[in-house]
Design a protein around this ligand. Structure first.
Ligand SMILES: *[C@@H]1O[C@H](CO)[C@@H](O)[C@H](O)[C@H]1NC(C)=O
Length: 197
């Protein structure tokens, strides 16, 4: 390298290592493992399916964070219409009614937040709104979440409810009724990621 290209080289190294560089953020974001949650029905229901959580690197105006979470889900055997869909505090699915998963997961710091829909703030980390099931009982979900972190939700539970989540008008949990399926969020096996349910 000649003396004249050295300053340019140093500038390039500096830029790629600085927090302003896309390379600085992208790799640690995309190298995080994806998560999955595989539903089993509560007593008296047949609801099955799974949720996938994947790291998504993107720029978003006025946000220093660039690592977001894409949530995709496919559920089966629901009654047609809307069903509340949330992360709950505990990854404990031993009770047949799903209640051992506790209430909505607020956030890892434990700061109490009110219930709301995903587009509102403040909200619990676990507030995902509702799934809409078609006439054949299947529902899909695909949304990017700007608040949750993959590392903060491993080991928590998830619930699909009987009724629609009515958001912040219905404190403390959206009035979504009984629990029809539950699961524990864990590290996904990449070999199985294509098989959603
Ligand atoms: C669950 O499936 C069983 C067997 O097909 C059926 O008899 C039952 O009515 C179903 N329950 C619900 C709530 O859909």
């Amino acid at each position: 390298m000649s003396i004249s290209t050295l300053p340019l080289f140093l500038l390039a190294v500096l830029l790629s290592c600085s927090a302003a560089s896309p390379f600085y953020w992208k790799k640690p974001c995309l190298s995080q493992p994806s998560l999955t949650c595989y539903f089993t029905p509560t007593a008296g229901h047949n609801v099955t399916g799974s949720v996938q959580f994947s790291p998504l690197f993107m720029r978003k105006a006025r946000s220093r964070n660039r690592c977001f979470v894409r949530i995709t889900a496919k559920l089966n055997n629901l009654s047609p219409g809307y069903h509340g869909f949330h992360i709950h505090t505990y990854g404990d699915i031993r009770s047949s009614d799903g209640k051992s998963t506790g209430g909505h997961f607020s956030n890892p710091s434990g700061i109490a937040r009110q219930h709301a829909l995903p587009g509102d703030w403040p909200r619990h980390w676990g507030d995902f709104g509702s799934l809409e099931a078609a006439g054949d009982g299947t529902a899909t979900y695909d949304r990017v979440d700007y608040i949750i972190k993959l590392r903060g939700i491993v080991g928590r539970g998830m619930i699909v409810h009987a009724l629609e989540d009515k958001g912040k008008e219905a404190q403390p949990s959206g009035g979504a009724g009984s629990r029809q399926a539950r699961c524990v969020i864990g590290i996904a096996n990449p070999d199985y990621m294509a098989n959603m349910s």
